[in-house]
Design a protein around this ligand. Sequence first.
Ligand code: ADP
Ligand code: ASP
Ligand code: MG
Length: 814
Amino acid sequence: MRVLKFGGSSVESAENIEKVVSIVKKKSKEDKLAVVVSALRGVTDMLIAAGTAASKSEESYKELLSEIENRHLAEVRKLIPIAGQSSVLSQVKKILNDLENTCEGVFLIGELSAKTLDKIMSKGELLSSYIISEKMKSDGLNASLKDSRDLIKTDARFGKASVDFETTNLRAWQYFNQASDITVLPGFVGSSESGETTTLGRGGSDYTAAIIAGALNADELEIWTDVSGMMTADPRLVIQAYPIEQISYGEAFELSHFGAKVIYPPTIQPVLEKKIPVWVKNTFAPDDSGTLIHENGQSNGKDTMVKGISSIDKIALLSLEGSGMVGVPGFSKRLFESLAHQNVNVILITQSSSEHSICVAINDADVIKAKTAIDSEFAYEISVKKVDPVMIERDLSIVALIGDKMKNHAGVSGKMFSALGRNGVNIRAIAQGSSEKNISTVINQKDVKKALNVIHEAFFETPTKQLNLFIAGVGNVGGKLLDQLGKQVKFLNEELRLNVRVVGLANSKRMVFDDEGICLESWKEQLANGQNMSLSEFAKHVKAKNMRNSVFVDNSASEEVAGVYKDYLKNSISVVTCNKIAAASEYQNYRSLKLAAMDHNVSFLFETNVGAGLPIIGTLNDMVRSGDRVRKIEAVLSGSLNFIFNNFKAEVSFDEIVRQAQAEGYTEPDPRIDLTGTDVKRKILILIRESGVAMEMDDIETVPFMPADCLEGTVDDFFEKLKEHKQVFDDLYKVAETKGEKLKFVASYDNGKASVGLRSVAPDHPLYKLDGKDNIVLFTTDRYHDQPLIVKGAGAGADVTASGIFADIIKTVL
Ligand code: ADP
Ligand code: ASP
Ligand code: MG
């Protein structure tokens, strides 16, 4: 046996009722069903409005009644085939006439009792259940209608009657013993002992269904509504809310009690007692999995300690304070009793540990009677100034965080309060249920939406960081970087929760911007169609966009570009560069860039300045930051020079090998830039500075190996000179070879002194075995004193350089 309940929106229109019937049809093939329905959406409100208007002798009640009539008659005409319509229409009219008579009576006597209002409200469900049962019959289903008032017996507290479970369970059991496959029942309604119509409270159709499910010990209760389950928050207030897979009875109760309208709170009781699983499903998306409410409420694997957030508006806070309360027993008892006598529901209580004050949250509607009750209860204490008159704060809301497992986790409330604090939400009072299923805060009503959203973000949304890149230079290295970025976008998003976008892109001629991210497959075309490039215009765009986590990436070797870093850093934009010019400029400039980055909480990273993608500077930084001290650095840092000296053998002359290196692109067009060691000097300078030593380029000694006249004249003159001095180079080679050594262009730093130059290296030295374009760095430090720490590998090439820049870019946000 299964009980299905369809809410107001599920039965709002003929179109929706068709959906309901198709769900019922499918389910009825598997099981016997009880189908509980609400009134058509909005009808209960209209009935209350009609009754209220009539009681105030306002004729407008008639318009409301005719609107109600038209809606129902129109539904019948759409749902029931013409042949069967007249009998259904006449039965509907009979119910409507009855309603009209009651309202007329109210109009005449000018009074609306709770009893009469129940009679009026019940018509909504009586009409909908009748029409739906007839629709099912006309569709050939074995359905019948049963008036819930015959089954659900209650006391005579009209408007929110209490159920007599003993009688109800028995009646339901007897009836369903011989019921047809499908029984349609009106939700919300019951009857008192004397047979008067009662109702179960607004939203009470859920309760009806649970009462029937409990009475019959049903296998399942299904609450069909207009959302795909109980959600992490009210979806009307938090767009990011999503359905909770599984939830315990206790959690579901707390969530609904604190405002999650999707289930009427008393619904939980009858199903909890019998441990009947409850599904909350979406009539408009029946294949969505929905929420399962059951005993332990844990989903497999993916389980969260916080299940949901809900809120109640229109709250008032009453505070009773006074020195006379301290240490005197019975104050709270008297306070709560006085409220109970007035039927004031206390939603939340906090008491200061000094017992100096008690604070209760109640519905705003109860404020006047609550204040009067408390002030009169404590009239004596107030008169002798032991207690102050009750203080009232209004326009407040309660926001509650719910989850069974919160009690096992430290820091939940801290996270909640800091999320609120960061966003300027002032907390008026806090309460944590002793079961620790619930942490509630009282805040200003105007802050509720913001509060729900920031708490939701803190607990339920995996934050994805946005990384906005502005890239200058799309040559060899830049092009490779864009390729690599394009390939990694998905991975970064899924694994690092990083959403990387290239927002700006420029070469020396053009620049292009796209806030949503330039397409990394068609960037060439986009850039070709871009606007004219100027460094200052580019910077202006970057700054104006003011995007969080912005990074300026310099893939050029331009001095002009290196000159704009400070401006970016000062505007809280990180700088990542493979361009050595800035880090090797005057110490003062290098230092001021580092400081600017620190002051503005951004990064200035240039790992690729030394050894391309090799983790040299990063390793050095890690050592220095952890307190190590660099004593000595020895390094081969030039791929070009390594190529030249690796290939310089007895059989080839030096000028030929340099020419080959130049032709194959291993050297600068003017190979002297490499051969004089200027580039290597910059690299060792950067390592020395990153070790914490203030040094200038000129402090580094160059030990020349070429005769001075090689440096004069044009590149062609240079090659001529190399030929002329063939013997000098051959001798260098021979001396090394006879000792079994190799020539290496080495940069070194040793206790404050730095130099670069050609060295003959013995086979047992770590620098000896170095192939191709490889670079190597040996760090001897206080901690690595016996054996140096060695970083070695390909130290040049667009691919590895691009990947080094890539790594630096990611470091700016991690
Ligand atoms: P029905 O008419 O089916 O009884 P209700 O309007 O009573 O439906 O309840 C469903 C509505 O409850 C949803 O449309 C949603 O706007 C609201 N709601 C509030 N809080 C929640 C929540 N935590 N999860 C799901 N729905 C919620
Ligand atoms: N129709 C009733 C109401 O609107 C009961 C329900 O829909 O659950 O409160
Ligand atoms: Mg409801």
